[in-house]
Write a protein that binds this ligand. Structure first.
Ligand code: HEC
Ligand code: HEC
Ligand code: HEC
Ligand code: HEC
Ligand code: HEC
Length: 414
């Protein structure tokens, strides 16, 4: 059997997977009853770094709300619910890649604390580690486990519900039907960073955690201009809840590169433009191609190290026949996973960075067709995980360049 540990908080192979030693195992320990187990779990998590801790409990349902499901919040917050349903956050648990990766190691309790961050969303809790090994957790079952809420991944309650109270940005003159508490974290990147800024090494393990989006942003030119919310939750004017006043509030799509988790289910392209800007010019002998991180407030691509942006250039004769060799650029990271995870190369575009490449135009070429696409996962890695139907990439630009200038095509909207 192969063991290849793909912490996307770490991630898949750029080099082919290799067999490893027998994986350590999770151990089910005796339950001492709900309250005692909860206490043991909280005591254990308190000894761990913040990124390995759950974000809240979620056992108390706020008054005025039927239950914690997104659908129930949607009774009154219909538009927010419809947006969230299309988001990647709503797919954070059912993500087929996550599900496949979690079969490969008993480290899945780490994944759960970000992908299903409330204790109520987790079937088991960790109360200790055998010999301190993160791949050998001691688990107790959660009697009040809510399987529906687990399916919802990063759901409304994951961000908004703490100890029976709904936390939010603090709407002035709120007409809320439930208890609310204003929390300043909702008005800045703070709410995002707990999951999107997490870098950790696990010595002796073939996984790492490499989410550095927060730092890429705070050290870049957007830090004083636009926050995560400004780009990923752009403002809208509408009633927050059925029958409430119109307010200037925020959409809940969080569109990233736009590659869906489930074919056909994704936020509209208008929710966030592609990060890459593409331009080109044609002189008699040379094609000059400029790739810019035009819209992303962090590295392009960011997050999962398996992602990349690809630019494919092909030359054609006047009659449309291929001429010369096609050229491919890959913008992303390359990692080696054995014997230990190591970054080999990183040619991503920093925020606002522009990079120009000059290509010789082959004899007889009348134009170049340039396509850019975003990729979540390589074909090989998808096959390794048996992810046949998993959408892997998205075409973002197609331009034709000739002596006449640049012609950008309107691509089918996804
Ligand atoms: C990833 C965390 C996250 C999730 C998941 C989430 N929200 Fe929010 N929500 C926020 C943030 C951040 C704001 C504050 C925006 C601002 O500063 O105005 C917010 C604001 C709100 C507001 C106040 C009005 C507004 O739109 O700004 C309501 C109501 C709300 N969310 C309801 C929901 C509902 C219902 C769901 C599930 C369908 C949900 N949220 C899911 C983070 C989240
Ligand atoms: C019975 C209707 C109803 C249900 C169900 C409901 N809400 Fe609300 N909620 C409201 C109303 C009304 C407001 C206030 C709107 C206003 O003042 O414009 C509100 C306000 C909010 C706010 C803003 C709080 C603030 O002031 O910062 C958040 C966040 C929120 N709700 C989240 C949720 C979540 C999450 C759920 C599901 C667990 C939920 N709501 C279920 C009616 C509801
Ligand atoms: C509880 C952890 C958590 C919080 C809090 C959180 N995220 Fe995420 N976010 C995730 C995970 C996990 C994914 C990826 C899910 C997957 O791909 O299966 C994700 C995905 C995304 C994506 C990528 C969408 C895509 O299609 O690739 C964007 C953009 C994003 N989050 C923005 C935000 C912003 C902005 C905030 C703050 C308002 C935020 N997130 C808060 C965990 C979180
Ligand atoms: C200036 C606007 C801007 C800001 C600020 C910004 N982003 Fe983004 N973000 C984008 C764009 C545009 C993309 C799409 C990139 C692409 O085409 O691959 C993106 C992509 C992402 C992705 C998805 C990566 C992928 O490949 O799909 C995540 C996750 C993300 N952003 C999180 C964040 C977080 C967290 C913050 C704050 C620390 C933030 N972003 C700040 C514009 C922004
Ligand atoms: C510290 C929080 C955190 C932990 C722990 C975590 N993840 Fe994630 N995961 C994220 C975030 C944030 C994203 C979104 C990254 C992005 O889009 O930039 C994500 C995305 C993913 C994706 C989608 C990758 C893609 O390219 O679309 C998979 C699969 C995944 N995680 C698997 C796992 C597995 C398996 C584990 C446990 C071994 C795990 N994650 C642990 C936060 C976490």
């Amino acid at each position: 059997m192969f063991l290849f540990l793909l912490f996307a908080c770490g991630s898949p192979p750029n080099d082919p997977p290799k067999p490893a030693a027998t994986p350590p195992k999770a151990e089910q320990v005796e339950s001492l009853g709900f309250d005692a187990d909860l206490e043991r779990a909280l005591a254990f998590y308190a000894t761990r770094p913040e990124m390995e801790q759950p974000h809240g409990k979620g056992f108390e349902v706020p008054s005025g709300v039927p239950d914690l499901s997104a659908e129930s919040c949607g009774i009154c917050h219909g538009e927010i619910y419809e947006e969230w349903k299309l988001s990647t956050h709503a797919h954070a648990w059912i993500d087929p890649q996550l599900q496949e990766e979690m079969k490969k190691s008993a480290n899945r309790w780490l994944c759960e604390n970000c992908h299903t961050p409330l204790l109520v969303q987790q079937a088991n809790w960790t109360v200790g580690l055998s010999e301190g090994d993160v791949e050998a957790p001691q688990l107790v079952p959660n009697e009040k486990f809510d399987a529906k809420l687990q399916e919802e991944g990063i759901t409304c309650a994951s961000c908004h519900v703490r100890d029976g109270v709904i936390e939010g940005p603090g709407l002035p003159d709120s007409v809320a039907a439930h208890p609310v508490k204003a929390d300043a974290r909702f008005q800045s990147e703070a709410i995002c960073l707990r999951c999107h800024q997490a870098v950790a090494e696990y010595p002796g393990k073939s996984f790492v955690c490499t989410f550095n989006t927060g730092k890429e942003w705070s050290e870049g030119p957007y830090a004083d201009e636009q926050s995560c919310l400004d780009c990923h939750m752009p403002t809208v004017e509408r009633p927050v809840a059925l029958g409430g006043p119109v307010r200037k509030v925020r959409s809940h799509y969080w569109r990233g590169a736009g590659i869906p988790k489930v074919a056909g289910v994704h936020p509209p392209p208008s929710a966030n433009p592609p990060g890459l800007g593409l331009d080109a010019s044609w002189t008699p002998a040379e094609l000059s191609l400029t790739m810019t991180n035009a819209n992303a407030g962090h590295m392009l691509p960011t997050g999962d190290p398996e992602r990349w942006v690809q630019i494919d250039v092909r030359f054609e004769t006047e009659a449309g026949e291929a001429v010369g060799e096609p050229i491919h650029y890959r913008i992303g990271q390359t990692w080696e996973w054995y014997p230990a995870p190591k970054k080999l190369n990183d040619n991503r575009l920093a925020p606002k960075e522009a990079r120009t490449e000059t290509l010789a135009i082959p004899e007889g070429a009348a134009r170049a067709v340039i396509e850019a696409s975003s990729h979540r996962i390589s074909k090989e890695t998808a096959e390794y995980h048996h992810l046949d139907a998993y959408p892997r990439s998205l075409l973002i630009h197609r331009i034709t360049v000739s002596a006449e200038g640049v012609d950008a095509e309107d691509l089918p909207k996804q």
